[in-house]
Design a protein around this ligand. Sequence first.
Ligand SMILES: *Cc1c(COP(=O)(O)O)cnc(C)c1O
Length: 727
Amino acid sequence: MSIAIPESSTLTRDGLTSQELYDKCVSIASNLWWVWSPDAIELFRDIDPVLWRQFDHNPVRLLREFTPAELDNRASQLALYSRINQCYRLLKEYLADKRTWGANNAGVLGARPVAFFSAEFGIHESMPIYSGGLGVLSGDHMKSASDLGVPMVGVGLLYGQGYFRQLLDKNGIQDEAYVDTDRQAIAMCPALDVDHQPVQVGIETRVGTIFAKVWQLDIGRVRLYLLDCDVDGNSDDDRKLTSRLYGGDERTKIRQELVLGVGGVRALNALGITPGIFHLNEGHSAFGPLEVIRHRMEEDGLSFENAVRDVAQQTVFTTHTPIASGHDRFNCELVEEHLGPLRDALEISYEQMMGLGRVDPQNKSELFCMTVIGLKLSRKANAVSQLHGHVSRRMWSSLWPWRVEEEVPIGHITNGVHVPSWLSVQMRRLYDRYFSQDWMSRMGEPDIWSEIYNVDPGELWETHNILKTQMIRFVRQRVSALSRRHQEEDKAIEKARKILDPNVLTLGFAARFETYQRASLIFRDFDRIDQIVNNSQRPVQLIFAGKAHPKNESGKQFIQSISNLRHDPRFRDSVVFIEDYDINVCRHLIWGVDVWLNNPRRPMDASGTSGQKVIYNGGLNFSVLDGWWSEAFNGTNGFAIGNGTQHVDDDVADDRDALSIYETLEKKIVPSYYLRDSDGLPNDWINRMMNSIATLAWRFSSHRMIMDYTRECYVPAAGGKSCEMNF
Ligand SMILES: *Cc1c(COP(=O)(O)O)cnc(C)c1O
């Protein structure tokens, strides 16, 4: 069927052929800039809203369903021509803009970018190369580096399956489904070397060579390289080496880390990229500097010691957890098997090599720890919040036995979130109307966010409630879909379609179901939470989401116990568990909740970032004074659980914190939320929303975080100042 295109739209399409129009859409989809550009998101969605949702909001998949002629047809029906042109122009302008913060503040990195290594990158829900907080942080790191114009390349792994998808069975038990990654559906292409040949790297071990090919992805102005072991030349086992994220045994883990660190450095080299800085985001990539050292010895004829000094000067290491088991440790046989050939090239002994991964190099019973080698081979090391800085200095003080704890050289840069990725369109429009025109490019400045006090309180409240209603619609879709999958009765499905009430105070909680996150803490006293939830005048409802690591049985039990509350008459209308927590679920929850609940056992949460995402959308934090919240809470910008103390006995700590949750809900949160003034508005609550935005928004964005890294780590390290060794 052919549709005649009216003359007027022929004009608005600027004389483009169908193919040219299609190519413009492909260009937009090919740069992940679109992920945080509302115009582009709305454009793709409007091309086909049903397919958009079905394909995980993935424009590459979406466009594949259309021929240029069909797309042209859609565009003419919906008058999309000018929007396609506009988006394309915005992307080109973004890429061409030379007046960035980085141009003024990171010039020294111009020819020699920061190489940012991470085992996971959470950029968008359609790209299964992340599991949770660490990945989302890495994605936000790259996006802010792009926005600010800080020269950076990312290095990670392309997982053939990624982390698992969570399915709950009828009994609330978590099933793990592994879905093959459709490489064609990711906006990436093979990375080419200086001779325009696809890059492939080989990493020798004592028992053979592992090969990996390299993909490249554009994230705005920065680029991400992903290594993929599913290549000819690898054994069947090695082809699967990069299949699963955090899914394998020790041997798989060390081989993945070898590919990420050593393979990653080789890939950059093959691409002709000479980084000025190597930033190791967590210990997974900490073998990387050894390869840089080898290269430096070979190229510049340096001794091992001198090469270490030079390379450490350029290396930044970020540690992410106070939990001992969160730091990878390998036995020495595994290390020798995999690092042996590199050790030969470095001309160091077996014991010297093992010593790099040990707190006490002489202690032969000590395992090889990736954090230890990361700390030893970096000049700059940091934790991810102020409190985590203290905890990390204590945790690693034995590496610097001659120093008092305060002088252990681990600083902190508190994590932040990429605001354009986590800000709802509705709130963005509100800020656009009330804030200075250039607020987006100045969001690291406190002054910008003080302008929230100029916003009409009624308008802020209404915007929040639109977002909350939208969140509840999302929850209802997810819960009723689950009910259908379980083939429940029509009555149950019908009920799921109407679950939750937009007028009720709503708390959200989402986390990895690790024991220390204490997901079920709020249910410690069933009768008390029953009274709070079911108060006839001022009820409360709760939304939960989160995955448990496949090997974490107690985490899975937490999930089961919470999701099975839907059979409990006291909680079935007011407590829901959303399956398969990911970036998409997170986005919907943080847009719409009134209160974000976070109750880890202090001080186990190094930073946490999900609560930061809430700030920008008008939600309030209700959290244990741990991680970022311990430096953020000021008494009027949210709510605290406990008073920042700890207890050696977990049971006592849990009792105290549960009590604090109940009392704070009963005495502060619930009354403030439901109190209406004569104008019909909960002005006390709205005030808290404004305080939260005014005092927190500028501090907890990843723009501020990147500015900190640039000023405190990247630029000084690239400047070549003399350095004090970390060991
Ligand atoms: C932001 C985010 C996280 C981080 O959560 P925390 O509990 O704050 O560490 C984890 N998973 C997803 C999918 C996220 O979007």
